[in-house]
Design a protein around this ligand. Structure first.
Ligand SMILES: [Zn+2]
Length: 300
């Protein structure tokens, strides 16, 4: 992707140096919370964490369980994530800011053509763990979008995992990850996500997973719509589209489960199979039309 020299978004919030601890900094006012995430520390901390998250959910008016994480399950980390604010990431930060700016331009245009106004999301870069309106999250959960604060959260070490653990290398594979999260933001702005959250109230877990797959595949398709317009700008290079399609394949639920546990449990799929993810991403890339991203009705 020929991204250098293009506009970079101002909507990046770099919190990478905040998460490593140390006094000062922190998340608004007083001392930082250091909540052990996914650890096996005593129950007390976990209960407090749950209460905090539920209270935050109440306050912000959403169900804290509805965070949209895209890490593709349990990724055993984490050999290189102690690089809070490492200079090596600076170029990667510029890349993310450029991709984000490009999504802003594309979606602003698409919304305008529909008589709507696009509101840019913020993108928070973090390292290790982060607090969002959807609660605390660890990098192990992968990138996610929080509808409560309209922010995309990304620990860029995920890109290394994508490359080294998932076999999905290439700049445009990374761009696809960002565009997918922005796709969730589009769903939020258009009310699709609100409807989704309403619908899944009271559903069985299996049914909720099926609905989740439809939402995720639509975010893939929206990422494809973005890529369609990016291609029209003439900034894609040979192999870019293929690397995004390969990423979609490598983070399909069936492929991930096979790699991590050796077998698949289809009822637990919540992002879609490799084939589904590739199909919907490709569809968005080909047509560039939102109307071709209707994953809610009909077969997927
Ligand atoms: Zn997603």
């Amino acid at each position: 992707m020929l991204w250098r020299g293009r506009r970079q978004s101002d909507n990046i919030e770099d919190e990478r140096s905040d998460s490593g601890g140390g006094p000062g900094g922190g998340l608004g006012g007083g001392g930082q919370f250091r909540i052990p995430i996914g650890g096996r520390t005593g129950g007390g901390g976990s209960i407090i964490l749950v209460i905090l998250v539920v209270l935050a959910g109440w306050y912000f008016g959403f169900d804290p369980s509805q965070i949209l994480g895209d890490g593709g399950g349990q990724i055993t980390e984490d050999t290189g994530s102690q690089n809070g604010g490492a200079p090596a990431n600076d170029e990667m930060k510029q890349f993310v800011a450029t991709v984000l700016a490009d999504t802003e331009d594309t979606w602003t245009g698409i919304f305008k053509s529909e008589g709507l106004t696009y509101q840019d999301p913020k993108l928070v870069l973090f390292s290790g763990q982060v607090r969002s309106a959807c609660g605390f999250a660890s990098a192990a959960a992968g990138p996610f979008y929080c509808p409560g604060d309209r922010k995309v959260y990304l620990d860029m070490t995920f890109f290394q995992q994508l490359d080294q653990q998932f076999g999905a290398s290439g700049e445009f594979a990374r761009a696809y990850v960002v565009a997918h999260e922005v796709g969730h933001h589009v769903q939020n702005l258009t009310g699709i996500m609100g409807k989704f959250n309403q619908m899944r109230q009271g559903m069985s877990e299996a049914d909720a997973n099926q609905l989740s797959v439809r939402i995720e595949l639509q975010a893939d398709c929206f990422a494809g719509v973005w890529a369609h317009y990016t291609a029209q700008k003439g900034i894609l290079e040979q192999g870019d589209v293929e690397s995004a399609l390969n990423a979609a394949k490598q983070i399909g639920d069936d492929t991930l489960q096979k790699r991590m546990q050796g077998y698949v449990v289809p009822e637990s799929f919540n992002h879609g199979t490799s084939q589904q993810r590739q199909t919907w991403l490709a569809r968005g890339i080909k047509s560039g039309k939102l109307s071709d991203c209707n994953t809610m009705g009909g077969p997927i």
